[in-house]
Write a protein that binds this ligand. Structure first.
Ligand SMILES: NC(=O)c1ccc[n+]([C@@H]2O[C@H](COP(=O)([O-])OP(=O)(O)OC[C@H]3O[C@@H](n4cnc5c(N)ncnc54)[C@H](O)[C@@H]3O)[C@@H](O)[C@H]2O)c1
Length: 319
């Protein structure tokens, strides 16, 4: 059985449903702070537990009968972490330490950690390799980096065989679009469908490497399979290797939606990076991971009426 912390979240629930569809038993541990029960409820192979990763007893109980762990629970929003740095550290660092200690105690055979491209800070326009200097520019990024380092330290010192994945900008059906903290593609798509005007932070020239959620799930599965082998103890970028500016993705969304009112431009957000594109070579060579879904296909999936339906999400690039 696989334990997915944060398994009711956007990415965790996609992994939970993919694993269950593959016939694996899944346990979800989530405090539902941003997660939604309905994303994972009602599936016979998914056991959903409400609990906090900082609660040692809850984590220990959730690990009973578990052989693999995907640790995705986090305070996952850059602006929220800026507003409450201590809360971000308690969940992303202290919570990770509890998950690690209990996974070690339970003797799990593989653990994968969801890290973030934000650990690089601003690395310029060239694709960012894993060996790039790490100069995090936000509270969120510092906490994710600390979590990542703890995971790899456990790997080196007899803890669970582990892999850390640095996700770039993940998007796809099921990503919430209804708050100022939502991912930019989710917001733009929902606004375009509703005929509302979008706001772009800054001049829109900032670039991101947008990676579709089904590709990220594929990377998580490969990392779990590889943790006890050669990929174990490594960090890997999970992106497409291509970047697009925020202005460009607004245009792609407007095109796919048929029409959208011209955007407005607001202030730059604290902690935001200017550029991000993944160097994907290490993930391709060691993990065998390559993103399959193009931005155009992914945006098409976001705007389809069946968005959120798993079969539909995984039909893009995965059939
Ligand atoms: N979405 C992205 O673009 C992106 C990029 C880089 C890294 N990540 C990382 O991927 C992971 C998943 O992100 P997401 O986009 O699905 O975010 P999300 O907010 O949808 O998922 C996080 C989940 O963790 C749960 N959670 C939060 N605190 C918890 C706690 N104390 N105990 C138990 N559960 C708790 C939330 O309820 C939620 O279900 C996070 O670790 C995030 O830092 C995401």
């Amino acid at each position: 059985m696989i334990l997915i912390t944060g398994g009711a979240g956007f990415i965790g629930s996609a992994l939970a449903r993919e694993r269950a569809a593959a016939g694996e038993r899944v346990r979800v541990l989530d405090d539902f702070s941003t997660g939604r029960r309905e994303r994972v409820s009602g599936h016979p192979l998914i056991d959903v537990r409400e609990g906090d990763i900082r609660d040692r007893a809850a984590v220990r109980e959730a690990l009973a009968g578990v052989s693999r762990v995907a640790h995705l629970a986090a305070l996952a929003s850059v602006p929220r972490a800026e507003l409450d740095p201590e809360a971000a550290a308690r969940v992303n660092v202290d919570g990770t330490l509890v998950v690690l200690a209990e996974s070690r105690r339970a003797g799990v055979s593989a653990l994968v950690y969801a890290s973030s491209c934000s650990v690089y800070g601003d690395a310029g326009e060239r694709p960012i390799a894993e060996s790039n200097p790490l100069t995090p520019r936000s509270v969120y990024a510092v906490t994710k980096l600390a979590g990542e380092r703890h995971v790899l330290l456990h790997h080196r010192t007899g803890g669970p065989p582990a892999v850390a994945l640095r996700f770039f900008n993940v998007y796809g059906p099921g990503q919430p679009a209804d708050s100022p903290y939502s991912g930019v593609l989710a917001r733009f798509s929902a606004q375009a469908l509703a005929g509302e005007r979008s706001e772009i932070h800054g001049d829109g020239g900032q670039t991101r490497d947008f990676v579709f959620v089904a590709d990220v799930v594929h990377a998580l599965v490969l990392a779990l399979e590889g943790a006890a082998g050669e990929p174990g103890g490594h960090v890997f970028n999970v992106g497409t290797g291509r970047s697009a500016s925020v202005r460009e993705i607004w245009r792609l969304v407007a095109e796919a939606a048929g029409a959208a009112p011209a955007p407005t431009f607001g202030p730059v957000r604290a902690g935001d990076m200017r550029h991000a594109a993944a160097d994907t070579r290490r993930a391709a060579e060691l993990l065998g991971f390559r993103a399959r879904v193009s931005l155009r296909e992914g945006i098409g999936a976001l705007l389809r009426p069946a968005a959120g339906n798993l079969a539909d999400t995984f039909s893009v690039g995965y059939t």
